[in-house]
Design a protein around this ligand. Structure first.
Ligand code: AMP
Ligand code: ZN
Length: 141
């Protein structure tokens, strides 16, 4: 199984450093975050080392989200939450600190005081179209 010997999450998968396991599947592992943003904050990772979402093979990505979707409602129930932010920081500029792709499950309650770190902008319809066409053109190459 592909692993990076320097990677903290690979060490967790290998049992070389401790973690509090929530659940696992053939391809994915869910465990409690040691720096929880909210009570019950859980991480879901592929068992193999991939840095970003674009590196993760489709079947592994499906397995990570299968486990995330299975854990999410049980986690909501376990901590008495009402919903959840499911997010993935991609790249250092976006706040990715651990360079082993992972999905955050952050339980939420109304009035819990957590706020999105960014305000909504105002869409320029021409710009939306231009960007969408550029992405589509890149994808079609
Ligand atoms: P990110 O900023 O998206 O890379 O998130 C990395 C997350 O990994 C943070 O929420 C950390 O609290 C968490 N984390 C780092 N090391 C560990 C560890 N040994 N066990 C559990 N969670 C960890
Ligand atoms: Zn890793």
């Amino acid at each position: 199984m592909a692993a990076d010997p320097q990677c903290v999450f690979c060490k967790i998968v290998a049992g070389q450093i401790p973690s509090v396991k929530v659940a696992e599947s053939d391809v994915a592992y869910a465990f409690m975050d040691i720096g929880p943003i909210a009570t019950g904050h859980t991480l879901v990772i592929p068992k193999e080392h991939y840095v970003g979402v674009e590196d993760v093979p489709a079947e592994v990505a499906a397995g990570v989200f299968e486990l995330a979707a299975r854990v999410a409602p049980a986690l909501v129930q376990a901590v008495g939450a009402e919903g959840m932010n499911i997010l993935q920081n991609h790249g250092r500029c976006a706040g990715q600190v651990v360079m082993h792709m992972h999905v955050h499950l952050i339980p939420r309650r109304a009035g819990d005081g957590l706020q999105r770190p960014w305000p909504a902008g105002q869409a320029d319809p021409a710009e939306l179209k231009r960007i969408a066409e550029k992405v589509a053109s890149t994808l079609s190459k």
